[in-house]
Design a protein around this ligand. Structure first.
Ligand SMILES: Cc1cc2nc3c(=O)[nH]c(=O)nc-3n(C[C@H](O)[C@H](O)[C@H](O)COP(=O)(O)OP(=O)(O)OC[C@H]3O[C@@H](n4cnc5c(N)ncnc54)[C@H](O)[C@@H]3O)c2cc1C
Length: 468
């Protein structure tokens, strides 16, 4: 182990908790209970759903059951990109037509504003900075993908998406070898834990019963079963994202994929002068094994990417600790982007799980006959999407219970989407490991050959993974 890795805090759920403090865990469920709606999972999806349901129908008795504490999952560990990307838009365009996908995209753009609106109205104090999203290209092949991406976005009606050359990119941020970038205003950087803590407190204030340290072992029609009792309710909503595979009967529903992050020590004024990045845009790239980063409110860089992507048998979590090799790989990405940070100290590293459906499409559903609902499969884009999903689940419950009709949200193309399950092991493990090995190889090849076309390797991996 090299000297710089020895002082790195690894795990502890995430840096965001080290920064803001781990919460005092709320009381677990005290025995059998009943409710109008029971929500399994206290991340953004579950909490936003409780929030909007209570706003729409204050009389509803709503219970949230969370296995550890609210924000224990990806909602307390993410990169803090609140942005308008949604997993599966292109596939939804193929399945339901371009207009339907354009409506979905518009709804995502509005969702970024909606989250910011509630954060301000409720006083969450989540370090939100609306600097937009900047994605850079660093090789000719990445530039070709960037241009194609920009064209595709314009065709989707995203007229405010801007394309920058090398010089305009450098005026915003000095990334080594950057040859171009695209920017959209529909994005903000935020502190994930401050958001989830604020949301949990707001939901409680509205009268929702939130039970933590309460794992649900089984979800069935009209019930959520825990070791401490069963909560019965006509509507049971599964909001467990990357942890879904641990629930009875759900092993092959969504694959739990790891994403890992590192955060630096606060950078000096001089270091920031060298880098620029005064606009605090969230930063990504066009590599196949892509990175994502934000400049935090206290002047650090938090940067993530794929580490060991998937653990055999859908094992998910170890309180966020990640492999030393992943930490080293992410640091390499950081220094590759910003060579002036070669001596910077990485303070904290962690990982979390994403939910990945077989066709990589996020979805939201409520089965009216059983009252069972769910939302997720956001892959890596859930900070904003969870809010749209929650508002949609709220409308679906209102509709099913006769309190409301169909709405713009219930008519979006991701509602009620079904997809086949993942393959059993060992095929699942082999497939995902292979896919990421191929993506990394494709990135290396594109960097070395300077070819303009995307590596054929990556296209093959896309097809095998079900993304193509
Ligand atoms: C490292 C990382 C970086 C990311 N960066 C970004 C980003 O910058 N931008 C972006 O848009 N998205 C990002 N994502 C994805 C985003 O964080 C998630 O999509 C989003 O937080 C999902 O919210 P959720 O509530 O659906 O799931 P989670 O936040 O995972 O919440 C699920 C909750 O359910 C609980 N739970 C699970 N099983 C049970 C059970 N059986 N009983 C009771 N409770 C249970 C869990 O403890 C957890 O609290 C990132 C994810 C990771 C891991």
């Amino acid at each position: 182990m090299s000297s710089w890795t020895s002082g790195v805090v690894n795990g502890g759920v995430s840096f965001w908790y080290a920064d803001d403090g781990l919460p005092v865990v709320r009381e677990p469920l005290g025995g059998d209970a009943s409710a109008d709606v029971v929500i399994v999972g206290g991340g953004y999806t579950g909490l936003w759903t409780a929030y909007y349901l209570k706003q729409a129908a204050p009389f509803l008795r709503i219970t949230v059951l969370e296995q550890k504490f609210c924000g224990y999952g990806a909602s307390g560990r993410n990169g803090g990109w609140l942005y308008n990307g949604i997993a599966g838009r292109d596939r939804y365009a193929k399945l339901h037509g371009r207009d339907a996908a354009v409506r979905l995209q518009r709804a995502m753009n509005e969702t970024v504003d909606e989250v910011i609106r509630v954060v301000e109205a409720e006083g969450f104090d989540a370090d939100v900075h609306q600097g937009g999203v900047l994605e850079v290209a660093r090789t000719p092949a990445q530039l070709a993908r960037l241009r194609a991406f920009h064209e595709a976005e314009l065709a989707f009606g995203e007229k405010d998406r801007e394309l920058y050359g090398a010089r305009e990119t450098a005026e915003r941020i000095r990334v080594a070898d950057a040859v171009g970038s695209v920017w959209t205003p529909h994005g903000a950087a935020l502190h994930p834990v401050k958001l989830v803590k604020g949301l949990a407190a707001a939901v409680e204030r509205l009268g929702v019963a939130v039970h933590e340290a309460t794992p649900v072992t089984e979800i069935g029609q009209g019930r959520a079963v825990t070791p401490y009792g069963t909560v019965r309710a006509p509507y049971v909503l599964r909001c467990t994202e990357g942890f879904t595979a641990a629930l009875k009967g759900q092993r092959r529903t969504w694959l739990p994929m790891n994403s890992s992050m590192i955060v630096t020590e606060p950078l000096s004024e001089r270091q920031w002068e060298q880098i620029g990045w005064a606009g605090r845009q969230t930063l990504g790239d066009m590599a196949h094994a892509y990175m994502y980063a934000q400049r935090t409110a206290d002047g650090r860089i938090a940067l993530g990417g794929r580490g060991v992507p998937y653990r055999f048998g859908s094992r998910t979590d170890n309180d966020g600790s990640t492999q030393a090799a992943t930490v080293a790989a992410l640091r390499e990405v950081l220094v590759g982007f910003f060579p002036s940070l070669a001596g910077v100290r990485v303070e904290h590293a962690w990982s979390g799980v994403l939910g990945v459906p077989r066709d990589w499409c996020a979805s939201v559903s409520l089965d009216r006959s059983s009252g069972l609902g769910w939302a997720g499969g956001y892959v890596g884009s859930g900070v904003a999407t969870a809010n749209l999903a929650a508002r949609t689940l709220c409308d679906l419950v209102q509709q099913a219970s006769g309190q409301g009709g169909s709405t713009e949200l219930t008519a979006l193309p991701w509602v009620g989407h079904r997809v086949r399950r993942w393959e059993p092991e060992p095929l699942r493990w082999l497939g995902v490991q292979g896919m990421y090995a191929v993506y990394r190889a494709a990135d290396r090849r594109e960097a070395v050959t300077h070819s303009v076309g995307s590596s054929r390797l990556a296209r093959v991996a896309d097809r095998v993974a079900g993304r193509g």
